[in-house]
Design a protein around this ligand. Structure first.
Ligand SMILES: NC(=O)c1ccc[n+]([C@@H]2O[C@H](COP(=O)([O-])OP(=O)(O)OC[C@H]3O[C@@H](n4cnc5c(N)ncnc54)[C@H](OP(=O)(O)O)[C@@H]3O)[C@@H](O)[C@H]2O)c1
Length: 327
């Protein structure tokens, strides 16, 4: 099969379309012919040698995809060839075929294209896990999400609203802030000139927010603690600005705060299956009804993965960038 290969992993890495062997079918898994694959910030880190795949996962890039089922392992009853599935992957999406645990797959709403479906698994499941389950956001609560225009941010804005809570997001331009508000953000803060701590307090009558979903890391750590309400939870899912920060222990103690670190990719298949089931139970109806929808910024041929990564690195996009392998 054809797949994207990384030459010289590290800071001078390059991507090219080449030949890779098709993965063997595993017990409990299904094989998909990939019609579309989502690009994630983590892919940029993986090619740079900073985010290796977990043991046993494909070495190829790609954390999510959508396509047609072409083979099903013995004993898997929920899927059969010809069905359309979107899948959360530990790797391997930038290819013509993937093999994935059946529990990591979701049915694609009928009205959606494969490109739309490929924009869902990684970001919607990450937000569900970290904002609702680990962060414990309740209806009526408020969450602050950094990078409102990201894949994660555009999923978070919609899920938080569908979950009956309010969102405050940060974004780097007025245009992105406007698009976040159109999508359902209650407050959008242009972080290059506005203070998100002040905005979070103002939007909560001085109380602070209940949950923060943060992928910025070091630069925002202290201000995040300031923006939290008493008993608030900071869920760290990325470290875009750096990995080392001072912890003001007094603030943690006095405000009874929790700081939670989380990654989705390395979790074992049964945990992912449980997450997928819980996500569909709570939000599957909203997906079907179109109340939740993937935000696709652009679709490029798989061979142009390098161009897709450059666009993501420069944060040109709003929502998701999708790649389509050759048929
Ligand atoms: N732990 C996990 O399980 C997990 C899973 C999925 C994703 N993630 C992490 O979540 C993050 C987002 O992933 P993604 O794929 O959605 O990436 P993405 O679409 O490339 O988004 C990154 C966003 O961050 C914004 N940004 C950059 N600097 C910022 C700052 N100082 N303040 C606020 N926003 C800033 C960028 O846009 P503007 O600056 O133009 O606003 C851009 O929209 C990444 O760090 C990724 O590794 C973690």
């Amino acid at each position: 099969m054809q797949a994207i290969l990384v030459d010289q992993p590290g800071k001078d890495s390059t991507l090219r379309l080449g030949e890779a062997s098709s993965p063997p079918l595993q017990p409990g898994s299904i094989r998909l012919r990939v019609a579309a694959a989502g690009v994630n910030r983590a892919d940029l880190m993986q090619r740079a040698g900073l985010y290796p795949p977990p043991p046993g996962a494909s070495e190829l890039l790609g954390l999510e995809c959508a396509g047609e089922v072409i083979e099903v392992a013995e004993g898997v009853s929920a899927w059969r060839p010809g069905m359309r599935a979107m899948a959360l992957l530990a790797g391997g999406g930038y290819a013509q075929e993937v093999v994935v645990d059946a529990g990591s797959c979701m049915p694609i709403p009928e009205a959606w294209s494969f490109a739309e479906a490929a924009a869902v698994p990684e970001v919607f499941l990450t937000v569900f896990l970290n904002v609702f389950r680990l962060g414990g956001l309740e209806p009526g609560g408020t969450a602050l999400v950094h990078g409102g225009g990201s894949g994660i941010g555009t999923a978070a804005i919609q899920l938080i609203r569908a979950g009956g809570a309010r969102s405050i997001v940060t974004a780097g331009s007025d245009e992105k802030c406007g698009r976040c508000r159109e999508l359902g953000a209650d407050v959008a803060v242009q972080y290059r000139r506005e203070d998100f701590v002040a905005a979070a307090r103002e939007a909560t009558d001085g109380r602070g927010v209940d949950v923060i979903l943060d992928s910025i890391g070091a630069d925002y750590f202290e201000r995040n603690l300031q923006a939290l309400a008493v008993g608030g939870r900071l869920v760290l899912i990325g470290l875009m600005s750096g990995a080392k920060a001072e912890i003001p222990l007094g603030a943690l103690l006095v405000k009874r705060l929790q700081v939670i670190g989380s990654t989705l990719r390395a979790r074992p298949a049964p945990e992912k299956a449980e997450l997928v089931t819980a996500f569909l139970e709570r939000f599957g109806g909203d997906l079907q009804k179109g109340r939740l929808r993937p935000i696709v910024d652009r679709v490029l041929p798989l061979a142009e993965a390098d161009q897709a990564h450059r666009a993501m690195k420069a944060s040109e996009h709003f929502g998701k960038i999708i790649l389509e392998p050759p048929a």
